[in-house]
Design a protein around this ligand. Structure first.
Ligand code: CA
Length: 366
């Protein structure tokens, strides 16, 4: 470095120091400013798992920021109706929603993949796809086109197949069946002749009791027991092909998100990632005990879908996926990324988690 360069870098250095000195108080002032964040959701207030998980996330962001990021949480209907959450946040009226992205499949079928699709990924596989298999990048592309940014923020794990008034002995038994089942799972049953309905959680029970619905799926034993579906339908089927690892999402207004400091974004990302883990743990911990109570205290009849019925689900699912791929280049891209992830990650799951649990339970008689 000759003298001229030295001088130049000294001047540059001095300029940097001066700029930092001037800028520091402004940054500090901005950092301390309280931020009011409105968060809407599609869940009833205090609904165990989905609702309490969303509320826990909101509280955690406030705590992690030392109260600076004040998240005001609104359950379904408190600020907007459950299914108006998307437009509420996309328009910027609120900054975040907590929901299941497949509720927006009417806007774009690609959204279904960011909750769960028939014959889809389990919790473990979903995390691998989103974080390391290109899933988040595709989600950013899709949500970004609506002015939104999505983050994983909870999971229910494998869901039950649903509650039915009568036994389902063959795929033909789905003909004419009116069932509450959202997402692409509903489209699969539609190919088998059923009439799928999408209803928010708070409206399912009354429709099942009144007979407007013949069947419903919801989540799993812990949540379903609270909903008291067993009062109207006794046959409880497993495993659900439609939501093998339903991921819950935090939807964020993208313009607002892009304006946050990297530190504030990191707080929201960390809180969302934590809830993704905590919610799954809670479901896994509580489903077993609830199932026992449903069977022993409420006369619920547990049934497995037969291999024949599952084969019919598989054929119908392929038809649904063919329709999705035709929708748009992005829908095709999301589907193909999902299929590749399912093959690679799924073949590992087969000889790891699945093989181990099968052997352990066989030896222990579980
Ligand atoms: Ca469900």
């Amino acid at each position: 470095m000759d003298r001229r360069d030295l001088l130049k870098s000294a001047v540059a250095g001095a300029t940097t120091v001066a700029a930092a000195t001037v800028a520091a108080p402004a940054i500090a002032a901005k950092k301390d400013k309280k931020m009011k964040i409105n968060m809407v959701s599609t869940w009833p207030r205090d609904f165990p798992g989905l609702g309490t998980g969303a509320q826990r996330f909101a509280k955690r962001v406030t705590e992690m920021s030392g109260g600076r990021m004040e998240v005001k949480y609104y359950a379904a209907g408190e600020r907007v109706k459950a299914f108006d959450s998307f437009d509420e946040v996309a328009s910027g009226n609120s900054q975040m929603y907590h929901s299941a992205e497949y509720y927006w499949k009417g806007k774009h079928p690609g959204y279904a993949y960011f909750t769960s699709v028939p014959f889809g990924l389990t919790y473990t596989e979903m995390n691998a796809w989103i974080r390391f298999g290109g899933g988040q990048e595709l989600w950013d592309k899709l949500a970004g086109s609506y002015g939104l940014k999505g983050l994983m923020c909870g999971n229910t794990g494998v869901q039950m197949g649903g509650w039915f008034r009568k036994e389902i002995n063959s795929a033909d038994d789905f003909k004419g069946l009116k069932m509450r089942i959202p997402g692409l799972g509903g489209d699969v049953l539609s190919k088998l002749g059923a009439s799928p309905v999408t209803l928010p959680g708070g409206q399912i029970y009354e429709n099942l009791v009144s007979g407007s619905l013949d069947a419903t799926e919801w989540v799993g034993p812990w949540n379903d027991k609270i909903m008291k579906f067993y009062e109207a339908a006794k046959y409880y089927y497993y495993p659900g092909m439609h939501e093998p690892g339903a991921m819950l999402a935090l939807g964020i207004n993208k313009k607002w998100w892009d304006g946050l400091s990297p530190a504030d974004q990191a707080i929201i990302e960390a809180a969302a990632s934590m809830e993704n883990d905590v919610m799954m743990a809670e479901y896994n911990a509580k489903n077993g005990a609830s199932l026992k109570s449903l069977l022993k205290e409420h006369g619920v009849k547990l049934r497995a879908f037969s291999d024949d019925i599952y084969d019919s689900f598989g054929e119908a699912a392929e038809k649904v996926f063919a329709d999705v791929k035709k929708h748009s280049p992005l829908a095709k891209e999301i589907h193909e990324s999902f299929v590749a992830a399912r093959a690679d990650i799924g073949s590992w799951a087969k000889i790891s988690d699945q093989a181990y649990v099968q052997q352990r339970n066989r030896v222990l008689g579980l």
